[in-house]
Design a protein around this ligand. Structure first.
Ligand code: GLN
Length: 304
């Protein structure tokens, strides 16, 4: 498969649609990003790297971090997590509070904000310097030390994150947070603020297309079964309340973030990250979803 030609074709076809969608502004610092950015990086387990557009430019990964923190939490506590968090799509927006009350403070899944707050709490309870450990873990996955938290983005979200704060305190009232709500929020906002390029994110997701093994060291990042769980969770919960539409159009396990990035995996074949900051109303990148749809259509490669 000539992935380079494929990416160039897709990038060329979508060039006239640059700037479509709305850049997230509810975190003011995110609104500063130029809306016409568009990059794709595709990695294959044998070391192939194919890029087009702004694939090396850093962007705010936001909810893509939920994939990395869930992976770390699975390594730390395994199935214990599921006593405190569900595995069903929510059908509501990623920052919705409505289900939490009737469901006793147990979030539907780890890829909505409430679930990621529980995951952040678990990590805080198990590791001494949890923020540094998350950063270290993501750097190892990506094979790059040039990955950092963006303190301005984290502070911007902390200053405006009233819904997340409400969620954290609400779950605390149900006994589903072990640590003080403010510590959990600080950790979560930092995870979301990770600044990475498409190349780095595609690298970091490659273990999911490589039997759970780190592509360079060959060590198990997670067990084969946990790799299955993570990919399944991405299919059913990775793109918020647009997950059915996304599965229909794209047909790959994927995780998106409101920074405009989407990471997707084709098992045993590739890991791909697309970034374009304009979002649809569910919070997924408009051009990102279109690019992935064309990638699976033109290559005839999808999990279905
Ligand atoms: N930090 C963002 C928030 O909590 C992440 C949301 C997202 O990317 N969907 O609202």
């Amino acid at each position: 498969m000539d992935y380079q030609a494929l990416l160039e074709r897709i990038h060329g076809e979508l060039a006239s649609r640059l700037g479509e969608g709305q850049v997230a502004s509810y975190i003011p610092e995110l609104a500063r990003v130029a809306p016409d950015r568009f990059g794709i990086a595709l990695r294959t387990p044998d070391g192939g790297l194919y890029t087009v557009g702004d694939a090396e430019e850093k962007f705010s990964v936001q909810s893509i971090s939920k994939l990395f923190t869930l992976t770390l939490a699975m390594r730390l506590v395994g199935d214990e997590l599921w006593a405190r968090c569900g595995r069903e799509p929510s059908g509501t927006s990623f920052n919705s509070l409505v289900q939490l009350e009737s469901e006793g403070g147990i979030p539907r899944n780890p890829f909505i904000n409430a679930g990621a707050l529980v995951v952040s709490d678990l990590i805080l309870s198990r590791l001494d310097d949890a923020k540094a450990s998350v950063l270290e873990f993501v750097r190892e996955l990506a094979g790059s030390d040039d990955i950092h938290f963006d303190e301005a983005v984290a502070a911007s979200e902390a200053a405006h994150g009233h819904r997340n704060a409400a969620m954290a305190h609400f779950m605390k009232s149900f006994g589903n947070l072990e640590n003080p709500a403010d510590r959990v929020l600080d950790a979560y906002f930092h995870h979301c603020s990770l600044s990475m390029s498409c190349v780095q994110v595609a690298n970091a997701g490659l273990f999911l297309a490589n039997g759970g093994l780190h592509p360079t060291t060959g060590e198990a990042v997670v067990s084969v079964n946990q790799k299955k769980y993570l990919n399944s969770m991405m299919v059913t919960c990775g793109t918020y309340d647009a997950v059915g539409e996304f599965a229909y159009r794209v047909g790959l396990p994927a995780k998106s973030g409101v920074g405009g990035g989407i990471v997707a995996t084709m098992p045993r074949t590739f890991s791909v990250c697309v970034w374009s900051p304009g979002l649809d109303k569910q919070g997924n990148s408009v051009l990102g979803a279109l690019a992935l749809e064309r990638l699976t259509t033109y290559s005839a490669q999808s999990i279905f």
